[in-house]
Unconditional design. Sequence first.
Length: 336
Amino acid sequence: MSSNSSVSSSETNQSQKGESPDAIAETVAASASQTPETPETPETAEPSETSETSETPETSETSKTPATSEDSPSEPSENEDSSTESTRPVDPNAQVRFKTEEDGRLLLILPPESDKKEENAPVAVTWNEICQQLQHRLNAGDRFWQANTSVNLLAFDRLLDARQLQTISEALADAKLQLARIYTTRRQTAVAAATAGYSVEQKAMPSAFQTGNSAEGKALADPLYLETTVRSGLEIRHPGHIIVNGDVNPGGTLIADGDILVWGRLRGIAHAGANGNNRASIMALEMEPTQIRIADFVARAPETPSQFYPEVAYVSPQGIRIARAVDFSKAQFLSE
């Protein structure tokens, strides 16, 4: 390439100097005789430069760039996965929540304590985590309740003892809330709540053996044993039998799907066979209820007797009857 440029430049210079055509021809012939040597140098040099250029570090780095680009996206992908996991929505069932019902009731919902080994089962929440979440909810700025509001605790199948219930009650009291009623499927929690003086409603866990909507042949839950006094304002519900080793004061309420046995004075409200079982019965050492109910039958309190003895309330063809415990078997046999 340099020879050609030199030729053209020489021709131009000669033409500018006014040389003759013969001199110009001689110059061109001389340059033409040198052309075989001239191409060898640039042609050899140019391929060599090209090959060297392909082997230069810059080209090798460029060739390695795709590998680096393939490796580099893997790091962001891990970050993207971690960010996705961190931003993944939290299961509300695994969180302590407050909820207001349409009727104005304030519910405190605890995460269930289930031992199911499923792939998508929520991670079990410990008691310490429940306390922290509860404090966080109570300390939140967006409170939507008024002072002295009653709280219904939905414990589901979580096992709570008297100390844990007291901790929840104190945390609510600090926020000017009152723990009033506890809903649970655990008999131990129901016993602890009733003993601590809270209204309780125990519901049986759904069973895989229950089929259809028929109530016939449906097994009751295990009996609920309470060794306490049911004070005024307390209401205890249970899907089985309720046995109270103590008194039921006026204003206290017992509601059971099965029988009710009070080993003491019954002066409150007792409702046996709440699920429609008219073969349920109510027994007490001293029968002074303000109201007794068996299934859909209702009876007012009898007159206060001069002396007390164990009695049984049951449903006869004429309605609810009350008989002495020693005569109950015979009376029931005759009524049938």
